[in-house]
Design a protein around this ligand. Structure first.
Ligand code: IPE
Ligand code: IPE
Ligand code: MG
Ligand code: MG
Ligand code: MG
Length: 252
């Protein structure tokens, strides 16, 4: 939890708070909460019964370092801590709204992980639609929650919440496509985690379905959507637009 990572979700909460007209500091408990749920999801994602990974954020994964039982329990603890934080600096009404956002997103993340583990949603007319649903849930949901919680902390109007939600939905899907591409094209030195694992594990991925070029095209399309979604919020949302561009090009 404290050993690195991009901290994307707290940064999104901060910048969404700013885009909504608030002070970034007011998003800190919500940003920390979403990062805690994210870290919990990574610790459990790496377990032998899930992706069975031994490297995360450039270090041995928690179950390698501390044993499987402690990794499971640490994940459980991070989830509880996340919800414990949400009352800080929040009125009862805001705290209730934040808890609802994070609980819904956590459930969606877990459902995405279930279907990622089972090999795709059992329903859905096409493989592409099933793949999108897995990605939108396992990764998109917490990114969306980070943005929406930031807007709520900033006291944003419904229009700001709507714009940030559409931004986050495009960004979240784009982010996991980049993650899939890095698994194919990246190195452990760059990414801080093992690469070239998804195909052998039989994962449903964008490069697997669309190829590398098709995935790059989809990343650019989603980047355009994300940038356009927060255009109505004007200069205050420039950092969100810049973040989306950085995440489309990231190498780690
Ligand atoms: C990795 O997330 C897992 C996915 C949801 C794709 P990040 O790429 O945000 O990981 P950290 O937080 O920087 O380690
Ligand atoms: C991660 O997907 C999604 C969650 C942890 C919820 P991946 O399994 O592709 O993430 P990495 O590549 O291990 O970071
Ligand atoms: Mg996984
Ligand atoms: Mg994984
Ligand atoms: Mg991955």
């Amino acid at each position: 939890l404290l050993g690195g990572g991009k901290r994307l979700r707290p940064v999104l909460a901060w910048q969404s708070c700013v885009a909504a007209g608030g002070a970034g500091e007011d998003s800190l408990p919500a940003g920390a909460a979403v990062e805690l749920v994210h870290a919990f999801s990574l610790v459990h994602d790496d377990l032998p019964s899930m992706d069975d990974d031994d490297l995360r954020r450039g270090k041995p994964t928690l179950h390698i370092h501390a044993g499987e039982a402690m990794a499971i329990l640490a994940g459980d603890a991070m989830l509880a801590m996340a919800f414990g934080l949400l009352r800080e600096r929040a009125s009862p009404a805001l705290a209730a709204a934040l808890v609802r956002e994070l609980a819904d997103a956590t459930m969606r993340m877990i459902s995405g992980q279930v279907y990622d583990t089972l090999g795709g949603f059992p329903v859905g007319p096409s493989e592409a639609q099933r793949l999108e649903l897995v990605h939108v849930n396992k990764t998109g949901a917490l990114i969306r929650a980070g943005c929406r919680m930031g807007v709520l902390c900033g006291g944003g109007a419904a229009t700001a919440l709507d714009a940030a939600t559409r931004y986050a939905e495009s960004l979240g899907l784009m982010f996991q496509i980049v993650d899939d591409l890095l698994d194919v094209e990246g190195t452990p030195e760059q990414t801080g985690k093992r690469t070239r694992k998804d195909r052998d594990a039989g994962k449903l991925t964008y490069p697997g379905l669309l190829g590398v070029e098709g995935s790059r095209h989809e990343i650019q399309r989603l980047l355009g959507e994300a940038v356009a979604a927060v255009e109505p919020l004007g200069p205050r949302a420039e950092a969100l637009r810049e973040l989306a561009r950085m995440m489309a090009e990231r190498r780690h």
